[in-house]
Design a binder for this molecule. Structure first.
Ligand code: HEM
Length: 441
């Protein structure tokens, strides 16, 4: 092959869609990992609900993150899974918009985030996490540990973005109704939407009654559509932020217990203790020095990306895609996604990629982690697709790990992780069940 040769993207897996879908159901992320390994290609096509191009290296993935090549649609996960627009009063959040509409909505959100993230202090955020950990002490055998962490996540993200902890049960219900199988939606339309509008209204009222939304006119005097912006914030908290923060926290918990030895756990605890023993007025400075905790979290994010694949988009035009395994022809309208799980295990980027290592080069990791819709070290801007919440969620995860080091656990479930359960993005194959958690302040 010459360097200039343009290849046809190889169609891997079965020609029968159902067979691939069933394999994905049984093998989870391993199904795609095996397809990539089988031929050494970094760009492949798989017949799923519709033919889907998957890319597994950072050169090819850049096209997926670039609005010049990709148009977004309301696709969550795979085509076949849809976002339920009733939950946002039929508005489309920036994440699924294109062009000027996207840039304008994202710019408005980023202005509000900038204001809020400057206002909120580390001490306040630490208090939110600490209070959640204190509630772990009331935990009884049989209580659902993952729900307890989920509550913490919603408390943290709603306080972070909106200035108030919103009510967990209704916000979680809102999220659960926001993602639907397209087929179920079509076949059982009246039933699948039952009650959605009432829940959407209730959560909208809850979000409206928060300090940040109450102050929107002051934060952003030129804002023309206050209701639209409130819905955008609702979406950021209840869909983009809180559920994912909760899932990553559980992954941190699982990795803390099953990937570290006693010595490593002790070192993390010493770092955490140093931080918590600081005077809160010095928190900001001390927080930047938690090197081991930073490495720990980056490794969790690397090995346990929550989504089966990553950002989805449709080719805006015909183009030739460069990649580590050659150049491929992509046609307008084709669906493309980045296979984050594989990218984070690329042995040409990460030495011994399957190993959980606390001493990886942080700069290299940040260049190649793409969990937040683009490389970690790329800044979010109104015109790109990068998540503007990444750094704040990193703060949340650091606080979570800091307090985690002060806990002892009696775990009743198996913490093994193979990635084979596609329904779970977390670092265990089965839900975490706990007999007891003891948190010492
Ligand atoms: C662990 C938590 C989070 C993860 C893993 C995450 C990940 C992502 C990813 C992958 C995207 C790109 C989606 C796509 O284009 O398909 C995205 C977009 C976005 N995220 Fe996050 N996010 C998290 C938390 C947050 C939080 C807390 C906020 C709000 C402060 C936020 C705000 C946004 C916004 C506004 C977008 C849309 C960007 C755009 O329109 O270009 N995210 N996030």
């Amino acid at each position: 092959m010459t360097e200039q040769e343009v290849k046809v993207i190889p169609n891997l897996g079965s020609w029968f869609r159902l067979s691939n879908i069933l394999q994905m159901k049984n093998e989870g992320r391993g199904f795609y990992q095996d397809l990539f390994s089988s031929q050494g290609e970094h760009v492949i096509k798989v017949q799923l609900v519709e033919p889907t191009i998957l890319v597994s290296d950072s050169i090819a993935a850049n096209y997926v993150f670039d609005p010049e090549y990709i148009n977004k649609e309301s696709i969550l996960g795979f085509s076949g899974i849809s976002y339920n627009s009733i939950m946002l009063k039929y508005r489309t959040p920036s994440m699924f918009c294109n062009g000027e509409e996207h840039d304008c909505k994202k710019a408005n959100s980023m202005k509000i985030f900038d204001h809020r993230f400057k206002e909120v202090t580390l001490e306040q955020l630490n208090t939110v996490i600490q209070e959640s950990f204190e509630s772990f002490n009331t935990f009884k055998a049989g209580d659902n540990f993952e729900v307890t962490v989920d509550k913490m996540a919603f408390a943290f993200v709603s306080f972070l973005v909106l200035g108030k902890k919103t009510e967990h049960a209704i916000c979680r219900d809102w999220f659960d109704r926001s993602i639907r199988l397209t087929l179920t939606k079509v076949l059982f339309k009246p039933f699948t939407y039952w009650g959605d509008k009432a829940v959407a209204d209730e959560v909208f009222d809850e979000v409206s009654d928060t300090p940040v939304v109450q102050k929107l006119d002051h934060i952003s005097p030129d804002l023309k559509d206050k209701e639209g912006q409130t819905l955008e914030l609702l979406h950021n908290v209840c869909l983009n932020g809180a559920p994912l923060f909760g899932e990553y926290s559980i992954s941190c918990f699982a990795r803390y217990l099953d990937s570290l030895d006693d010595g490593q756990r002790l070192s993390l605890k010493e770092e955490a203790d140093q931080f918590l023993n600081e005077d809160p007025s010095k928190f900001e400075e001390a927080f930047g020095k938690l090197e081991l905790i930073d490495s720990f979290i980056l490794e969790v994010l690397r090995l346990n990306p929550i989504h089966i694949t990553g950002t989805f988009g449709r080719a805006k035009k015909d183009f030739v895609m460069e990649s580590k395994s050659g150049r491929y022809q992509v046609y307008k309208g084709e669906l493309i996604t980045d296979f984050v799980f594989g990218m984070h295990r690329d042995s040409s980027v990460f030495e011994e990629p399957m190993k959980f290592k606390l001493n990886r080069d942080e700069k290299n990791a940040k260049k190649h982690l793409v969990t937040f819709g683009g490389p970690w070290d790329r800044q979010a801007t109104p015109t790109n697709r990068k998540c503007p919440g990444q750094d704040q969620i990193f703060i949340g995860l650091k606080l979570f790990v800091i307090h985690l080091t002060r806990c002892t656990f009696d775990v009743a479930s198996d913490l093994t992780y193979t990635g084979k359960n596609p329904a779970r993005g977390l670092a265990t194959d089965v839900p975490v069940v706990m007999n007891k958690v003891v948190y010492k302040k």
